[in-house]
Each structure stands twice: as C-alpha cells, then as structure tokens.
Design a protein around this ligand. Structure first.
Ligand code: PAF
Length: 284
C-alpha cells in the first residue's frame, strides 16, 4: 500500500488509473472496511483517504478529540487490500484558508443534520469536492463509495456530483451493524459500557417508527407528526436527548405524507446519549 501525503504524490501514483475511492476521517471500523471491500472491484486502484476535516465541525464539536488511530488504520487498510492511502496534512489540503466553499442546496442540506449542525454540509461538500479533485483530477473519473449510514450526506454528494457533472459514479454502501443492531460508527467508541448497551434504542425507535407508519397508513389513520412525536418521547423516556426523528422522502428528503408509498421513504434520527451524539436511519 502506497501512502501519499501530498496532492502531487497522490496524482503521480494515480496517473492513468481508474480509482475506486472511499473517503474517511480515519478511526476505521468494520463499516469502513466493508466499503473498501465494496470499492475494490469497482476500479483498478482502491484509494482511501484519511483526513479529519476541520470545516465540518462546529466550534463546540469534537474536532480536537476526534479519535486519530493512524497505526491501526494503516494495518487494517493494508489487510483490506487498499492500494493507495491518501492522508494529506492539513496544510496540504488547505494551504490557505478555504474561503471558496461548495454551498449545497438548502432544501437538501438545511433540515435534519443541517438544522442541528449548521454549516456541516458546506464543510462536507467542500472537502469532498477537493478530495475528488485530488483523486480524480489526474484520472478522468472513477467511482466513489459512501455509506448509507450518513444518508443525508450521501444525498448531498449525489446531487453535487450530478449538478456539477463530475465524472464520478457514486455508489452507496449498506450500513454495517453490530449483532444487536447498533450502526457502526467511530463515535460509538465514546460510549461507556452501560451506554453501549442502551445505544441500540435509537435503531429500535426508528424501526418501530417505520412499522407504525406502515400499519397506520394501511389503516388510513396516518398522522406523521404524531408518530414522530411518539418516537421522540420514547427515546426521551429512556434518558436520550433526541435532535430529530423524522420520516422523509428518500430522494429529496422532503417531509413524507400519508400519500407516499412505502418503499420510497426513510426514517432518520439523531440523538444524544450522555455526551455522545449518534445518528441512524432506516429505509422503508
Ligand atoms: O463521512 C465521513 O467520514 C466524512 O464526512 C467525509 C465524507 C470523509 C468528509 O470528511
């Protein structure tokens, strides 16, 4: 596995190749590695980036304490068959203040995560555009793999690629889950053993929200706001501080209505358990 620390090194390594690219912020777990395995047959060179992107953290968030596990990440990527690891220093990716930003469509980016983490998707879209330029700039295009766990992020990136006509195919990877159903996430490492046992309640609340939605729709008694409130109350009663639990249309993330067919919807949630903020979603 070649490790490229700068943009020229990366471009030299990728010239004439067709990369399959997995962007990450490191602290890799089985969910990331599943994306790497998914990426491998999609190009002739599997590229993973590790870069903790300051632009997507709010001042009070965990940029400084975000887990950085370089040696373990390298060993896992090597074993997973990654060909090129792109790990730029901050001064390589942002040699001057990144004042030119990619501004996502507010319809897609302002609700849900955007409401509770203002500017988050601008930070994500800006760094992903820059990473795409680094990885695909010298190659004429390729494939990028993003996990469905960050569902809204996936939709923002897909729209960015489409609207800027980037020569990149965005492929979605399924959410990897622990045996109890908890979605794998780097932030799960912040949970105490007791919180870890409780953490699956977010995924369960989303599951129940979907089941109740389908049953109420079939019975003709569907009141979206009531069901969403019930799910929020359910988590609050267990000691969580939920930001949102909402049912949206899969493609544009607009609020779902009783007329929307099952199979076109997604229930998304974000909630704090102690000091840890978790997100998850269920498509249905
Ligand atoms: O999903 C992530 O890990 C990050 O948001 C990403 C896409 C690597 C951009 O920093």
């Amino acid at each position: 596995m070649l490790i490229a620390r700068s943009i020229p090194e990366l471009r030299a390594a990728l010239a004439g190749r067709r990369p399959a690219f997995v962007p990450t912020m490191g602290n890799l777990h089985a969910g990331h590695l599943a994306l790497v395995h998914q990426a491998r047959p999609l190009g002739d060179c599997t590229v993973v980036s590790i870069f903790v992107n300051r632009l997507q953290f709010l001042p009070h968030e965990d940029f400084d304490s975000y887990p950085r596990t370089w040696d373990a990440d390298c060993a896992q990527l090597q074993a997973a068959g990654c060909d090129v690891l792109f790990a730029p220093r901050e001064t390589d990716l942002y040699p001057e203040p990144q004042t030119f930003k990619v501004q996502p469509d507010p319809q897609l980016a302002d609700p849900l995560e955007g409401q509770f983490r203002p500017g988050f998707f601008t930070g994500v879209a800006t760094v992903v555009m820059k990473l795409f330029s680094c990885v695909f700039g010298a190659t004429g295009g390729g494939t990028a793999v993003f996990g469905r766990k960050d569902y809204q992020q996936l939709m923002v990136i897909r729209q960015m690629v489409r609207q800027f006509a980037l020569p990149i195919e965005v492929v979605a990877g399924e959410t990897s889950r622990a045996p109890d159903g908890l979605a794998l996430s780097s932030r799960n490492g912040y949970l105490s053993p007791q919180e870890r046992q409780e953490a699956v309640a977010l995924s369960q609340a989303l599951h129940q929200l979907c089941d109740r939605w389908v049953a109420a729709q079939a019975a003709g008694t569907l009141h979206p706001a009531e069901l969403e409130q019930q799910a929020l109350d359910q988590l609050r009663a267990r000691g969580w501080l939920p930001d949102y639990l909402a049912v949206r249309r899969r493609l544009d993330l607009q609020p779902a209505t009783p007329g929307d067919a099952p199979g076109t919807l997604v229930a998304l949630g974000a909630a704090r358990l102690g000091a840890t903020r978790l997100i998850d979603n269920r498509e249905f």
